[in-house]
Design a protein around this ligand. Structure first.
Ligand SMILES: O=C[C@H](O)COP(=O)(O)O
Length: 212
């Protein structure tokens, strides 16, 4: 199971979390990646942890002030990017253009969506993975795999109908190894989580509890 930890804009030390993630990934043979703020991508990547962008803009090189250029994220060390997170929703045309930008920069892609219908639409755009997250559960500590298992099952089925090669992650409220095991039983290939690690007093212990 792939564990993608989104640090959002939480006031944590991104390098300390990344170093903890790298230790835990190595010690447990786990597949863990960190998505820090764009300005922290380089520092996080230098820790050795697998590093993702939280977003890339639907643009290429040019006059785009304030954008997050996919090529710049890749140059800084990112190997993948989230797109259309619930807290950074994009228009359909912009998701498509951001996917093109990520592909040009050779970044892996995960397109987030709220429900199985949106997941099917996201899958049709051809990302490497999709992530289903009910917004009302984000940051609650109540895992989607427990509160709404059908949304995960239905998202998996909807994705596989479009393209069996596209991976499916689930997120919202995931914070324990049991949550990850439940997500796997529902057919997910990975999980997307944030507060369980980024807001933990001891991020390394939180990560160990996740992958144990
Ligand atoms: O990107 C992560 C998700 O929005 C889940 O956040 P959470 O783990 O704090 O519920």
């Amino acid at each position: 199971m792939f564990v993608l930890v989104n640090l959002k804009a939480y006031p944590c030390d991104p390098v300390a979390v990344a170093e903890a993630a790298e230790r835990v990934a190595t010690e447990h043979g786990a597949d863990v990646a960190i998505a820090p703020q764009a300005a922290h991508i380089q520092a996080v990547a230098q820790s050795g942890a697998e590093t993702w962008a939280q977003h890339v803009s639907p643009v290429g090189h040019g006059s785009h002030t304030g954008s997050t250029l996919a090529e710049a994220a890749a140059d800084a060390g990112a190997v993948g990017t989230l797109l259309n997170h619930s807290e950074n929703r994009l228009k359909l045309a912009d998701i498509d253009a951001s996917l093109d930008a990520a592909e040009r920069a050779e970044l892996s892609t995960v397109v987030c969506a709220n429900n199985p219908d949106q997941i099917a639409a996201a899958a049709a755009l051809g990302p490497d993975a999709v992530a289903v997250e009910p917004p009302e559960l984000i940051g609650t500590g109540t895992p989607v795999s427990q509160a709404d298992p059908d949304i995960v099952r239905d998202a998996v089925a909807a994705t596989k109908r479009v393209d069996p090669e596209i991976e499916v992650y689930c997120g919202a409220g995931i914070s324990t190894g049991e949550d990850i095991a439940a997500a796997e039983e529902l057919g997910a290939d990975g999980v997307l989580l944030a507060s369980g690690v980024a807001k933990a007093a001891d991020p390394q212990a939180a990560l160990e509890a996740l992958v144990d």
